[in-house]
Design a protein around this ligand. Structure first.
Ligand SMILES: [Mn+2]
Length: 279
């Protein structure tokens, strides 16, 4: 029997990653699979990357990891909505950026005769949104890869669907699960003689600890708007980041320069409208 922990969407949150890894100890796992988005939206990029890259070879890139790895070192300058991404870029070592560049967008591995395909969105598209009833995507994956287990991430919403005898799994997120609860989630896959068992796990954190972790940071000072949106998402399990982007797009029509100019004033408006105190 092999036990594998499935972890994704850490988003630079070393505090929650440590809590999750501590919780996983009780399972005595044989290995880990990491399904992307290790950095951005927080500040502990190097501590997160240094920790995970020494745990396993089963690591693929998420959209955020690729954005940082492939950044041209100019296009985000002076664009307010990219401040948080720029912070991640400027606060990750060259060594770790080079590590991110080496990551594939999907991998197929064999554990106890079970073929496991894992990616952040899908092997076709790192940003593809896969949910519990994405049957067209499931068909496409079965057709192309003939694996037994398919892991995806990116949506921050956990699911486990068995379809045509194949397992389709999203273990949720370490940081910013969006199912209205202040928790981190991860998966444990147990495989024994062609029998696959999956358990979805959740770990409730103390929001005050997470709040202090963020508000004490330089990231919070430099990227106040995004840091606030992340923090309240962590408190409420509601995606205030997407909520704010949708809100500001109503005024800017998605124009990058207009969005940048409106960034601060619309943030204050949005926080007021959502009845959230700016931290
Ligand atoms: Mn993602």
């Amino acid at each position: 029997m092999k036990k594998i922990a499935i972890i994704n969407d850490i988003h630079s949150n070393y505090l929650l990653l440590k809590l999750v890894l501590e919780d996983i100890k009780k399972y005595n796992v044989d290995d880990f699979i990491f399904c992307g988005d290790y950095i951005t939206d927080g500040f502990d990029n190097d501590r997160v990357l240094n920790l995970i890259k020494n745990k396993t070879e089963n690591i693929i890139a998420g959209n955020r990891d690729l954005s940082i790895a492939n950044y041209d070192n100019k296009s985000w300058n002076g664009i307010n909505q990219m401040k948080s991404m720029l912070y991640a870029y400027n606060n990750t070592t060259e060594e770790n950026k080079n590590f991110l560049k080496t990551l594939p967008i999907f991998k197929i591995i064999n554990i106890e005769n079970q073929k496991i395909c894992f990616s952040h969105g899908t092997p076709f598209n790192v940003r593809e949104l896969v949910n519990s009833n994405s049957y067209d995507v499931f068909e496409e994956l079965i057709d192309k890869f003939s694996c037994d287990i398919y892991l995806s991430a990116h949506t921050h919403i956990p699911f486990h669907t068995v379809y045509k005898n194949k397992h389709f799994i999203n273990s949720g997120a370490v940081s910013c699960v969006v199912d209205n609860k202040p928790h981190s989630t991860y998966g444990i896959l147990s495989i024994k003689e062609n029998e696959v068992h999956y358990s979805q796990n959740e770990l409730y954190y103390n929001f005050e600890d997470v709040k202090k972790y963020y508000t004490d940071s330089n990231y919070h000072k430099e990227c106040k708007e995004w840091s606030n949106l992340i923090l309240y998402t962590l408190r409420d399990g509601f995606d205030y980041c997407c909520g704010f982007i949708e809100y500001i797009n109503k005024f800017s029509n998605g124009n990058e320069k207009t969005t940048s100019n409106l960034w601060h004033v619309k943030f204050e408006e949005y926080m007021h409208y959502k009845n959230l105190e700016i931290l």
